[in-house]
Every structure is written in C-alpha cells, then in structure tokens.
Design a protein around this ligand. Structure first.
Ligand code: HEM
Length: 465
C-alpha cells in the first residue's frame, strides 16, 4: 500500500485496473473509487449503507472520537450533524459574511506590512474568522493559545486519520499499552495531541458559558446553540464538540485553497490580469469587493472553482465504511469495508476537464458566464452523501471573498533575487489527509498607492476595529 501521495498512486492504479480498486490488507477490505459515477452511485445514492466511518483506534486514543467527522454512523452522529447544520447551513451562514470580510481586510493590512509572511497570515485569517464566528472570541496574533492548539491538534489528527497509518488501527488492543512500554511511541504522541485538543475543545467553550452567566458573551454560534439547548448534559456535550470541530475544520481547510491560489497567480499572470480587469470594471478602483459583487464577478468565481479543483485540500476525502453487504457492477462489497473516494482522480478526470493538470479557470466559463454544463468541482471536493462536508457553504464563501479582495488590492508575482533573477516556484503539495502547498516565495505588492488607505478605511468604516 502506498503511504504518501496515495491519490497519485491510486490514480495510476486506476489506469491499469479500472475505476474501482479493491485491496485486502490484513483481512480488511478496502475499496478505492476513482470515478464520479462510482462515488455517486455508492456513497451518495446508497448512502444509507455507506455512511459509517472505519474505527480508528489512534484517533480514539487521542480523544478525537468526539469529532463528527470520524464518529460512527448512528444516533449520536445524527445529533451532532443536526447541530452543525443549524449553525452552518446554507441560510444561516449569510450572517457570517461581515465577519469573514472583516478578517480578510485585516489580513490585507498584514500583507501590506509583512507580505513575506503570507502563509502565516492566511492561516491566522481563517483561525480568527472561525474563532469569532464560533465563540465570538478575538484572536490577535499567531501566538494565540487557541490557534497554536488547533494547529497542533489538527496536524496530529491528519496524521492519525489516514486509514492504516498506525499499527494500533489494525490491532486496536495495542491502545492499552502503557506509555513506558518499549515501542509505545504512538501512545505518547496520542497523549500530546490529546492535550492540544483539550485546550481548544474546553477553554473557549468555558469562556462563552462564563460570558453568558455574566451577560457579556457576544453573539456566536456557541452562544446561540447554548441559548436553545434544554440544559441537558448531552445537549451541552454536542454543542461543545460541534463548536470545537467547526473551529478545527474552519482553521485548517480553506487555508490550503488560498495558499494554492497565490501559487496559481504567480504561475499565471495573464489569469490574474483578466480577473483584475473584471473587478475594476464591476467594482471600480475606489473600494474593495464584497459579497454583493459576487454575481457580477464570474471570472473570480471561475478562479475559486479552478483552485478547488486544481489542489483539493482533502485529495482522498475522508474514508467511509459500509454497514451492509452490497453488490455493484457484479462485485460483492462486504459489510465493514472501507470505501475511499479519490477526489483528486475525479477532479483530474480528462473526460470532464480537458488538459486537467493545467490551471485554467476559463474551463468554467462560456461567453464570460459560469457554464453550468461543466462539472462543478464541489461535487467531489466536499465529499458525498450523508457525510458530505457540512461546512462547504461557508468554505466557498470564504474562498470567494478572500480571492476577490486579494485580486482587487494586490499584484502577486515571482520574487527577484539580489542578482535580479526570478526565483522560480514549483507546484509541490504536502502528503497526508490534508494537503497544503509546500512553502514558496512570491512578491505581493499593492496595485496602487491608494490601496493602503483604502484597506484601512474599509476596516475603520465598515467594522469597528
Ligand atoms: C476547502 C474547504 C473544505 C473542504 C475541501 C472540505 C472537504 C470535506 C470533505 C471531503 C469531507 C468528507 C466528506 C465525506 O466523508 O464524504 C468533509 C467533512 C467535514 N467537513 Fe469539510 N471541507 C472544507 C471546509 C470545512 C469547513 C470550513 C468546515 C466547518 C465549518 C468543515 C467541516 C466538516 C465536518 C464537520 C465534516 C465531517 C462531516 C461528517 O462526517 O458527517 N469543512 N469536508
């Protein structure tokens, strides 16, 4: 079994063996689906039997079994899912656009003073947005206690949640090994990650509860949810878990899309120029774009779609598991089989996207408007069926406002070294469950002398900073 960049290996296998691959590892059946057709048929249309998650002993050992994303399919998952939907469903998220816009403007101010730290600024922006939306708590800098905890915790989770990454997943009884036992490094790692989870799971929640008791809690997903709950222990438990997972997922996913967008702009200046022309025509050059401009910015919308397609943050999605025996195209699929969808394969399917490895937003346009006949990357990038990403609406909104704002205000290009030579960039993504661009250098310059004051005024005028 490949252990890193699995999506590339499975993509190659699919060319040899077909779009459904079956492997058996130590008696465990694993199915890898490489086409949209198979993924939709099994994980979506038959989602009543394909919505469980494989048991991950390492994830449990870390205390992350409170995560909606890895919870077994059943009543407790359903309650968490409902709670998540109430806070991040299609209509609710409209109330977060102002916070999202404000955090993007703050990021732009940071980009003006330290553009070389753009990777960190992007991370901080999403952590700050989700801390604010979820708990109403301000994050001021990258050294924030919650930001450090969530980044460390999610890094550990992403390592542990790759099926088969730890031997303890195959032999769960190993989780009872004591810390001091020779070879029990995984137990020590799990303890470390558990501590980080503890910080961002419990502490902001307590801040909101205390704030509610003293009448000082500002509006947030957590406060609203707590106001509505019956006061039962289970309701509070669910609210605490869903809030922490919204903060964790929100801080660590769209980040990759925005970093990939910067990379694409360095590599394709002509695309950047066309997008800026559209923004200048629609928005003008004396204000920054906002959500109301969205429908009139199809080129920007196409960039958002192409970036989700080009470098998916979860190239292998999150593994599903079957809860009943099934049959598909003459194959027997046993109950308890792990089913993984290779989103990367689907997003690089040349029957849907010609020249798929090339970054080309115009594939989504026809006569300057979004072409609804072209497969929307959202159909694969956010997963399938009952387990589909419940944060997808806020994620797409976040990507739009960030990309539109950056394009309006900055020119992104290659950096130049001290001898006047261009520093080349390479498209290299990290392996693992969550995939990010490897760090790279680029130049980020305001498009005009008016930009710094426009950014500052937009923060002062629209939002009290
Ligand atoms: C670029 C942004 C994002 C991408 C590409 C993405 C993608 C995904 C994918 C592929 C899954 C697995 C779906 C499946 O099992 O079929 C998932 C699950 C999930 N996502 Fe996202 N996601 C993003 C952002 C977010 C955000 C912002 C949030 C929170 C606000 C979020 C919360 C979740 C949760 C809670 C689950 C687990 C759902 C379950 O198991 O029932 N995601 N996401």
């Amino acid at each position: 079994m490949p252990s890193s960049y699995t999506w590339l290996e499975y993509f190659t296998w699919s060319k040899q063996y077909g779009d459904i691959i079956h492997v058996e590892v130590l008696g465990k059946h694993m199915l890898i689906l490489n086409s949209l057709e198979a993924a939709v048929e099994l994980c979506q249309k038959r989602s009543h039997a394909y919505s469980d998650r494989p048991l991950m002993a390492m994830v449990e050992l870390m205390g992350w079994d409170i995560n909606l994303g890895t919870m077994p399919y059943g009543p407790l998952w359903r309650k968490h899912r409902r709670s998540f939907h109430r806070s991040f469903g299609g209509s609710t998220i409209k109330s977060y656009v102002s916070l999202q816009t404000r955090e993007v403007r703050r990021m732009m101010r940071r980009l003006l003073s330290t553009p070389e730290d753009f990777f960190q600024h992007i991370r901080l922006t999403f952590a700050a947005t989700f801390m604010q939306v979820t708990y109403g708590i301000e994050v001021k800098g990258p050294d924030d206690r919650y930001v450090i905890a969530v980044e460390g915790g999610v890094r550990g989770f992403a390592e542990a949640a790759v099926p088969g990454a730890y031997f303890v997943d195959t032999i769960p009884i190993l989780k009872y090994l004591p810390v001091w036992f020779p070879g029990a490094t995984f137990v020590r790692k799990a303890q470390e990650w558990r501590k980080q989870l503890h910080v961002f799971l419990n502490e902001p929640f307590v801040v909101v509860k205390n704030g509610m008791a003293s009448g000082t809690a500002v509006s947030s997903v957590c406060r609203t949810a707590l106001e509505k709950v019956s006061g039962s222990g289970e309701d509070e438990f669910i609210t605490k878990n869903t809030c922490a997972m919204a903060f964790a997922a929100g801080s660590n996913t769209t980040v990759s899309t925005i970093q990939a967008f910067f990379l694409a702009m360095v590599l394709h200046p002509e695309i950047q120029t066309k997008a800026q022309e559209q923004i200048d025509n629609v928005v003008g050059r004396d204000r920054l774009p906002d959500f109301a401009d969205r429908v009139r910015l199809p080129y920007v919308e196409a960039i958002v779609k192409e970036t989700f397609r080009w470098q998916p943050v979860l190239p292998m999605g999150v593994a599903h598991q079957t809860t009943a025996d099934d049959e598909y195209k003459g194959y027997h699929i046993p109950k308890g089989a792990t089913v993984m969808v290779n989103a990367w394969s689907i997003l690089n399917d040349e029957t849907a996207y010609s020249d798929p490895f090339t970054y080309n937003p115009e594939r989504f346009l026809n006569d300057g408007q979004i072409d609804r006949n072209v497969r929307d990357p959202e159909v694969a990038a956010f997963g399938f069926g009952r387990r589909i990403c419940p944060g997808r609406h806020i994620a797409v909104d976040g990507a739009f406002i960030t990309i539109a704002s950056i394009l309006a205000a900055f020119d992104i290009s290659h950096t130049i070294d001290e001898y006047g030579n261009r520093i080349e960039v390479e498209v290299r993504m990290t392996p693992g469950l969550l995939s990010y661009p490897e760090p790279f250098k680029c130049s980020i310059q305001p498009r005009s002398g008016a930009i710094p004051s426009m950014i500052q005024q937009s923060i002062d005028g629209d939002f009290q900073d």
